[in-house]
Ligand binder design. Sequence first.
Ligand SMILES: [Zn+2]
Ligand SMILES: [Zn+2]
Length: 338
Amino acid sequence: MVLEKASPVEERPLKLVDMPDPVAGPGQIRVSVHACGVCHTEIDEIEGRLPPSRYPMVLGHEIVGVVDGLGPGAKTFSEGDRVGIAWINRACGRCSFCASGAENLCDDAGWTGKDADGGYAAYTVVSEDFAYPIPGRFSDVEAAPLLCAGVIGYRALTRSGLDDGGVLGLYGFGASAHIVIQIARYKYPNGKVFVFSRRNREEHRELAARLGAEWIGATEDTPPEKLDCAIDFTPVGETVPHALRNLQKGGRLVINAIRKRTPIPELEYAQHLWHEKELTSVANVTRWDAEEFLPLAAEVPIVPAVEEFLLEAANDALVLLKEGRIQGAAVLRLMGGR
Ligand SMILES: [Zn+2]
Ligand SMILES: [Zn+2]
């Protein structure tokens, strides 16, 4: 399913085409794709807020499949191994960011499904250094959303500075938040999680309650206690002042979004930032985030809520995701996936 030019998701722009099977280059593996998650970032790519570096492009960066070919010199995996591929596709390995372990900020990094063909396809190729073993307890479809929603949610949670006993606020309750709440409940059993969701999304609220949210309200609500930290997963700017206003003194808000579709309203210093409140973002992921998170996900164990679609129905999945009508994560399944 390829993207040939920027257009609104409602125009169902992805096209099913036949392409030659990719061949693994030096140090690369070829993966027969079994499942690929559908992420908000694809909506930004399709609609031109984060255009791919070329057209046509195969989107998709939450890929689970089986190695079916090794390029020259590739030795980490064997044919038949089940692997995952995430958003980070390559990094330069030499710049100051890479040298300090922040390859997520590398200027020369490439991103799966944006700078290299991704997982909305039967096959993809990737450097063996940017593929990860998938724990056996997850099916292909369950594992897919772990690779972006899960990994970046884990990075956001780490950056939030939450510790045990703290109060965490989650703004928006989709693919990433429903995984983050499970990590937070597991790692910080004495803490509390408050969920802020759109008022008309009853199914998101039910899922939040089932996964252990202490309190659930609307994005503009004031919670019963101040938040020690908050993560904003929403694609809109209006949530930012609400979250900052509800922070405890010294609290931190992490924005987990590559792009916001609407502007952040003007902030008022006294109520939004004074008292050493912090506002930051989470940008991309490193391969080490994936390597740390996947075994943790199996240990918890995370139970991803997944809505399955066939690859050919990718446009439908994207429209539903844009409308906020996906419960948990949307995943495309290919022949052979489980
Ligand atoms: Zn993503
Ligand atoms: Zn670099």
